[in-house]
Design a protein. Structure first.
Length: 170
């Protein structure tokens, strides 16, 4: 099973995705970790974004080929193109794909983006650009609103959703 945790910068998707991966004993694969391999000062250009998503597909393929049962992917996946790339890849491999969209109040997002983070260099300007370019996800997906105090609740909700809908896989 491939679980994609997506949403705008600052929504809490990385923290959630890392915790979810631990909870369900899945591999974690994050776009920020990959992007920082390209440069200590990412440009967030279209070319760089395309390259990051290509690497995600490649590494996902490696994880699947080494028989990792579940992978949690973390990235904005803000464009239909990037979602379609993952969808086509998972279909070609016969994998189950699950979408979790993270969102948060904009005041919280902006406060989070002012803080330095380990791998992400996204800031308020990046957020504003991606917010304008964000294409709604048309795939069925679970929407999760993060705040600074509800990670346990989000994890319980997500695990319940996965168990109810994919118990034969977990």
């Amino acid at each position: 099973m491939i679980i994609v945790v997506f949403g705008l910068p600052g929504t809490g998707k990385t923290f959630f995705a890392e915790q979810l991966a631990k909870e369900i004993k899945a591999e974690y694969l994050g776009s920020d970790n990959i992007r920082i391999e390209f440069s200590d000062d990412p440009a967030y250009s279209d070319r760089e974004k395309d390259a990051v998503y290509q690497v995600i597909i490649h590494r996902l393929g490696n994880k699947i080929d080494t028989r990792k049962n579940h992978v949690v992917l973390d990235g904005t996946f803000y464009k239909k193109l990037y979602r379609e790339m993952i969808t086509q890849f998972t279909k070609s491999k016969g994998l189950v794909l699950v979408w979790f969209e993270m969102y948060a109040q904009e005041t919280l997002i902006k406060a989070r983006l002012k803080k330095q983070r380990k791998y992400s260099k996204e800031n308020i300007e990046t957020y504003e650009v991606l917010k304008q370019e964000y294409e709604p996800c048309l795939y069925p997906h679970l929407c999760l609103e993060s705040n600074d105090e509800n990670i346990s609740q989000l994890l319980r909700m997500s695990k319940k959703f996965l168990q109810e809908n994919f118990h034969h896989i977990l």
